[in-house]
Design a binder for this molecule. Structure first.
Ligand code: NAD
Length: 483
């Protein structure tokens, strides 16, 4: 994989560039702790130039019809599909995901962009729609304007894919964008610049600047020419962005943390339940905002399910991208490793019952930890309440559906939840009562572009994907006129 050509610069006004007196930031492969490449980070000045480029490109891009913008998006989706293998390998070099997980990310990204190509074209048909009322002398029509320049600030856990979730609707709406990737996963995100070039996107419509959140991210948030901030990341940073954005009443979309429950009833098919629990917590090494990191299991199935999970966790292949049989890769960084192993120490000091794991992995050349399960976790435990963002499952029992709902909803977050039961009436009733933006019934926590993503409570503000994704980048306008 090392012969892959990695683009390490910033992409501003259609050109690859580095700031004057720029600095290099080493990027690490989490499976080896080895050096992947050096990122040429931007500074506040280059971030400002990127915003200026996006602002200059805005009238032209916004002035196209939705159908014309959709044609560019279609070309972008085609460019991704034509380059799948290389994109998958760059992504793995940067974050060491198991191959299938990386393939899923890139394929989903192409699907998302293709979906918003259609949505862009459909927007034309909504312009000038009549408001649904009848008056003799007056009528109202609705119009939808792009918000303006959007800053897209990204995390590292699903690089490229989360960018697609934002780029698709932003470009479809007619916004121009400045992308700020996580400094941990810049190389695969830079491929968006190449894709923009291949699709012939006008210069300045899509810009990418790299750097730390404190400097480059904060410079974008503070820039008065940025009209919308679409942020995915931690609740702490999201809260600070919301506070800064308040100065100029900037539009904000926040996709933040989670501590989601999977609720397994006695009548569940145990094979299905075990599979959904395992995928829900160990996919992407648990570094998923929608990880179902709390298992609530009804007392009658508790022992059998825990035994099944113990067996399956022991069988997981924990390895880096050199091993195509890997089920779970490493954590993303030393910071993540320290955080997750810190929770192992907390669990030990709290005297939690270990079902599986609970320690760093024997393989110490990367940031590997063991798939971990704790049983009978007290409701006040930090492991029950805090987002760990690692492969750590906390288990509690429940008696009735009311008890399960009450325990699941006793949480600061409200992103996702899963219900596993063969009694669909019961499962659907529980789904309605859960405080979560997306509830899954007997199915994995997959996210399709045509649906919706976002959370209740401290999991965020607004919704991405589906038609909600587009609305987040539009300013609706009503024109009321005399007949
Ligand atoms: P993070 O909040 O540390 O960083 C996210 C991005 O914000 C990075 O690009 C970072 O450089 C930037 N940033 C940091 N400080 C900033 C500031 N002051 N101003 C502007 N930008 C700043 O999050 P992370 O560690 O990259 O990602 C993990 C978190 O993301 C988890 O909490 C996870 O739940 C959340 N997440 C949520 C979703 C979702 O859809 N809800 C999806 C993925 C990840």
């Amino acid at each position: 994989m090392s012969e892959l050509e990695l683009e390490n610069r910033n992409f501003v006004a259609g050109e690859w560039c580095v700031p004057e007196n720029g600095t290099g930031l080493p990027v690490v492969n989490p499976a080896t702790k080895g050096h992947v490449g050096t990122l040429q980070v931007a500074d506040a000045g280059l971030a400002g130039r990127a915003v200026a480029a996006a602002k200059a490109a805005f009238p032209g891009w916004a002035g196209l019809s939705g159908k014309e913008r959709g044609a560019y998006l279609t070309k972008m989706a085609e460019a991704i599909r034509a380059d799948m293998d290389r994109l998958v390998e760059i992504q793995r070099l940067n974050n060491a995901k198991p191959r299938q997980e990386a393939i899923n990310d890139i394929a989903d990204s192409a699907d998302c962009i293709a979906y918003y190509a259609d949505i862009a074209a459909a927007l034309d048909g909504r312009q000038g729609e009549d408001a649904p009322y009848e008056r003799d002398r007056v009528g109202t029509r609705f119009h939808y304007h792009p918000v303006g320049v959007a800053a897209l600030i990204l995390p590292w856990n699903f690089p490229f894919k989360i960018c697609a979730w934002k780029l698709g609707p932003a470009l479809a709406a007619g916004c121009t964008v400045v992308v700020k990737p996580s400094e941990l996963t810049p190389f695969v995100e830079n491929e968006w610049g190449r894709i923009a070039q291949q699709a012939g996107l006008p210069a300045g419509v899509l810009n990418i600047v790299h750097g730390t959140g404190d400097e480059v991210g904060a410079a974008l948030v503070a820039n008065p020419d940025v009209d919308k901030i679409s942020f995915t990341g931690s609740t702490k940073v999201g809260s600070s962005i919301m506070a800064s954005a308040a100065q100029d009443i900037k539009r904000v979309g926040l996709e933040l943390g989670g501590k989601s429950s999977i609720i397994v009833f006695d009548d569940a098919d145990i094979d299905t339940a075990a599979r959904l629990v395992m995928e829900g917590i160990f996919y992407n090494c648990g570094q998923c905002c929608n990880a179902t990191s709390r298992l609530l299991v009804q007392e009658g199935l508790r022992e059998r399910l825990l035994e099944r999970l113990r067996e399956q966790a022991a069988e997981l292949v924990v390895a880096g991208p050199e091993n195509d049989a890997a089920d779970m890769g490493p954590l993303m960084s030393q910071t993540q490793f320290d955080k997750v192993t810190g929770y192992f120490e907390t669990a030990q000091s709290e005297g939690l019952a270990v079902v599986s794991g609970g320690a760093a992995h024997a393989r110490s050349d990367g940031f590997f930890v063991q798939p971990t399960i704790y049983a009978d976790v007290p409701q006040e435990s930090r492991l029950w309440n805090e987002e760990i963002f690692g492969p750590v499952l906390a288990v509690r029992g429940f008696t009735t559906a009311d008890d399960a709902v009450a325990q699941a909803n006793a949480c600061d977050y409200g992103l996702a939840a899963t219900v596993v039961s063969q009694d669909l009436a019961q499962a659907n009733d529980v789904a309605q009562r859960l405080e979560a933006g997306h509830v899954y019934v007997n199915t994995p926590v997959a996210i399709f572009p045509q649906t919706m993503w976002g959370g209740f409570k401290k999991s965020g503000l607004g919704r991405e994907l589906g038609r909600w994704g587009l609305e987040g980048f539009l300013e609706p306008k009503a024109v009321t006129f005399a007949k």
